[in-house]
Design a protein around this ligand. Structure first.
Ligand code: NAD
Ligand code: MN
Length: 361
């Protein structure tokens, strides 16, 4: 069988970690007997420099024609304040793809690794078994506000982003969350600020309605500020956490602390519920382009590599290969082969070598 992947390095460390992710993709495809076809293109800053747009129509068409998209990371100070005509999706290459491909279901699994606990701020025993799936809605909310801008109100400058969610956006996302919880430990917390905001009142109403279809999932609504606190206070009590776009962005970086570094966190953005079979998705490390360490070959490739595992799980129906890869990563870390962000000195390429060796063994 042939699989078609679009590879978008993006900016900063993006191309560096993507290269490592592709090495692992080739190894897993060989193991699965899949014939791999990889197309490369530019995204965000790199695309801006070449074409004056953050994502070309060619790239979108290539994404639509592929089975999955692998993304490095995008952004950098050079492009963060450019404004182009059009909506939110026009201002960012990744958001352009998420919007047009409707990859609404963002999976950001954050777990503890026993051998890395000394690199976290947690005292022994508090977060050792943390294993949380942050679900981030990827196509709506404040970040995709259609009413946005800056204006003058009574002579004073005002910036605004109108947060809006409609019931269908919330419901499709919530169904994905409950069905993923059924395949995990059967617990789901939805977080919101429905005590003070209208969009979150609807959020809570719809999620609660959807929850009635999943009596086997232990469900709880929580205010987001308290949820943030509890995620650090008692990490092991959480399974799936359902978040809007903005809260999911923040909570996923927060829970990266369980693993000791943001560079450890994979992610998937899926265009459909994966509980019913293989789906199209974009797979990327959760972190940004880390301009502070770009160009030195030292970025932690593990988040990217685990994203490749998620791709085999959700888009190619090979959860066994994702599991084998996670085991290889775990063995590498427990052999004390660590990148600089975790106190070691191993380069991105040498980290990948070590993971591939253990995967082959
Ligand atoms: P960042 O996530 O790039 O970096 C935060 C910190 O984590 C930095 O100290 C960085 O060195 C470290 N880090 C991140 N990934 C790492 C890795 N793989 N290995 C080792 N260390 C790693 O966040 P930022 O600095 O706030 O943003 C930089 C740029 O990234 C901005 O332009 C921002 O817009 C963009 N951004 C992009 C994405 C994305 O592509 N999905 C997400 C967030 C931010
Ligand atoms: Mn983020």
């Amino acid at each position: 069988m042939q699989i078609n992947i679009l590879a978008l390095g993006g900016d900063g460390i993006g191309p560096e970690i993507l290269e490592q992710g592709l090495r692992v993709t080739h190894a897993l495809a060989d193991r699965a007997g899949l014939n791999l076809n990889v197309t490369h293109n530019l995204l965000h800053g790199a695309a801006w420099e070449a074409h004056g747009t953050f994502c070309t129509e060619e790239t979108l068409a290539q994404a639509k024609a592929s089975d999955a998209v692998l993304v490095g990371a995008v952004g950098g100070p050079r492009w963060d304040n450019i404004r182009v005509p059009g909506g939110a999706e026009r201002q960012d290459g990744l958001m352009y793809l998420r919007h047009h491909l409707q990859t609404y279901l963002g999976l950001r699994p954050a777990r503890a690794w026993p051998s890395l606990m000394d690199h976290t701020p947690f005292r022994p025993g508090l977060a050792d078994k943390a294993d949380v799936l942050i679900l981030r809605e990827m196509c709506g909310g404040a970040m995709f506000a259609t009413e946005r801008g800056q204006r003058r109100v009574n002579g004073v400058r005002q910036g605004y982003d109108l947060t809006a969610y409609d019931e269908s956006e919330i419901a499709r996302f919530a169904h994905g969350g409950f069905q993923l919880a059924q395949k995990r430990r059967g617990r789901l917390v939805s977080c919101d600020k429905s005590n003070v905001m209208e969009s979150y009142k609807l959020w809570r109403e719809i999620v609660t309605e959807v929850s009635r279809e999943y009596p086997d999932v232990a469900f709880q609504n929580m205010f987001a500020d308290n949820c943030t606190y509890q995620l650090m206070r008692r990490p092991e009590d959480f399974d799936v956490v359902l978040c809007c776009n903005q809260l999911g962005d923040i909570l996923s970086d927060l829970t990266a602390v369980y693993a000791g570094s943001l560079g450890m966190l994979p992610s998937a953005c899926l265009a459909a519920n994966p509980a019913t079979g293989p789906v199209f998705g974009m797979y990327e490390s959760t972190s940004g382009s880390a301009p502070d360490i770009a160009g030195r070959g030292i970025a932690n490739p593990v988040g990217m590599i685990l994203s490749v595992g998620m791709m085999f799980d959700h888009s190619f129906d090979r959860p066994d290969l994702a599991q084998a890869l996670e085991t290889a990563v775990s063995l590498t870390l427990s052999d004390n082969i660590l990148p600089p962000d975790l106190g070691g000195a191993t380069s991105s390429a040498a980290m990948t070598d070590a993971i591939l060796e253990r995967l082959a063994a």
